[in-house]
Design a protein around this ligand. Structure first.
Ligand code: MN
Length: 131
């Protein structure tokens, strides 16, 4: 089911554009921000169906932003997928231990990325998450 709103949190313009282009091509709506701080605000006001979260961001990092999202009742249930460079210090295990719902490494593999997004949205709907 396309048309769902996905929040892209990414400070790198190229990575942001790629995610936006791929998701829009697949029929999703997107909204973007370069910071975790603004992501928290957008999550509260727009309640996206999914958040794609970069880890290394200019202000608070993606893990800190995730913790804030989980701490607030109105954003707690939104699935959050980490999208981060595999060469960075945070490996997959650390990312998942932080409480993310999924993980994709950058540069993204478009096929895997789309599949992961679709699966996460389906799983969330199956779990009775908010539309
Ligand atoms: Mn970054």
């Amino acid at each position: 089911m396309a048309g769902e709103l996905i929040l892209i949190v990414e400070d790198n313009a190229r990575s942001r554009k790629l995610a936006r282009d791929v998701l829009q091509y697949k029929g999703y709506q997107t909204v973007e921000t370069e910071t975790g701080e603004e992501a928290l605000q957008l999550a509260r006001t727009l309640h996206p169906a999914l958040i794609l979260m970069d880890i290394q961001l200019p202000g608070i990092d993606g893990i800190t932003a995730l913790h804030h999202l989980r701490a607030a009742a109105e954003t707690r249930d939104i699935p959050v997928m980490a999208v981060t460079a595999s060469a960075m210090t945070h490996n997959r295990q650390e990312i998942m231990a932080a409480g993310f719902d999924g993980y994709q490494s950058k540069p993204i593999n478009i096929k895997d990325f789309v599949q992961a997004v679709q699966q996460m949205l389906e799983r969330h709907r199956g779990a009775g998450g908010q539309a």
